[in-house]
Design a protein around this ligand. Structure first.
Ligand code: UDP
Ligand code: MG
Length: 310
């Protein structure tokens, strides 16, 4: 049997890019050491012509092009999960359809696995050229924070684009959690990983589906999913303000005993009450994020729903 590489490609409203992507990959196929390539496109509830394009592509290349189409938009993480579950290759690559992940690199990735013995060859942007400054700033902040508080390693600029051995893919599939933060899952499973570096490039067509707010929420998800430190932070702040109040009470009692009482200080009292109240809500909020995640996990809902599959 031929050796096989599966490409897992999530697509959300990507009608402009799919054909370009397919043609580009087909061109580099001969360089892949005799490996067959199979495609698993995941249509993540696109509202444009994406599904029809995928159907057509499958009709033209019945052997090599497959697709899974979701009943609605479940997000890239769900799409990746569906793709990894369907893929049958000896090696599996995860890549974006917008050609921001240069398919030429598959050749070097394959060399990394077969010649140098790595289990995963990933990619890392060495710059953030063409990215809004504010976005870069917050990205860098995110990596600083999460690496401080999580036991899982997060390297800045690492993309999802990677080639993995079957063993790695199976390990990732064993993690059946509902809250799937792929960057974390890929790193959590371990294995020998090599990163190829390249300069950032823009999408060939279409627009990114990430808003600034979306990215912000995504980074909070990452933190909640891969660190319990915020919970500890909540209890430490509670402990700290408790100790401060004990000292304050002792101070007030002593003052009353030795100097007699005074009834002013209404404004300071109100601010302290507001301060403590705010702190409590903040800490409950942190706990709430974790409880919410537990709630989602125990419902055991499927990560995605397939409407059509070929
Ligand atoms: N994507 C998806 N579901 C979504 C959002 C994005 O499957 O809800 C896909 C999208 O089609 C693309 C990849 O994920 O192939 C990366 O998306 P995008 O280019 O918008 O993100 P960026 O490269 O800007 O981080
Ligand atoms: Mg992109």
């Amino acid at each position: 049997m031929d050796k096989l590489i599966s490409l897992v490609v999530p697509c959300f409203n990507e009608q402009e890019t799919i054909s370009l992507f397919f043609e580009t990959v087909e061109k580099i196929k001969p360089k892949l050491r005799g490996y067959q390539v199979e495609y698993y496109f995941i249509n993540d509830g696109s509202s444009d012509n994406t599904l029809n394009i995928l159907r057509k592509l499958h009709e033209d290349h019945k052997q090599s092009v497959h697709y899974v189409s979701f009943s609605r938009n479940f997000g890239k993480e769900a799409a990746l999960y569906a793709g990894l579950r369907s893929a049958t290759g000896d090696y599996v690559a995860v890549m974006d359809v917008d050609l921001q992940d240069p398919p030429e690199q598959l050749v070097d990735m394959l060399a990394g696995i077969e010649d140098e013995g790595y289990d995963i060859v990933g990619t890392r942007r060495k710059d953030r050229k063409g990215e809004p400054i504010l976005r870069s700033f917050f990205s860098n902040m995110f990596y600083k924070v999460i690496n401080k508080i999580s036991d899982t390693q997060f390297l800045s600029g690492v993309r999802d684009f990677r080639l993995m051995t079957r063993q790695v893919v199976n390990s990732i599939l064993k993690m059946s959690e509902y809250n799937r933060f792929s960057k974390g899952l890929f790193s959590w499973v371990g294995f020998n990983t090599k990163y190829l570096e390249y300069s950032n490039r823009d999408r060939v067509a279409g627009t990114t589906s990430w808003s600034f707010w979306g990215l912000f929420k995504y980074s909070l998800d990452g933190i909640v999913n891969f660190s319990e430190k915020p919970l500890a932070l909540a209890s430490y702040t509670g402990l700290f303000s408790f100790l401060v109040s004990v000292i304050a009470i002792i101070f007030i009692i002593c003052r009353k005993l030795f100097f007699g009482g005074s009834v002013n200080g209404w404004a300071s009292l109100i601010s302290i009450i507001l301060f403590i109240g705010g702190l409590q809500l903040f800490c409950i909020g942190i706990v709430g994020r974790y409880v919410g995640n537990i709630y989602l996990e125990v419902k055991h809902r499927p990560v995605y729903i397939v409407q059509e599959e070929k």
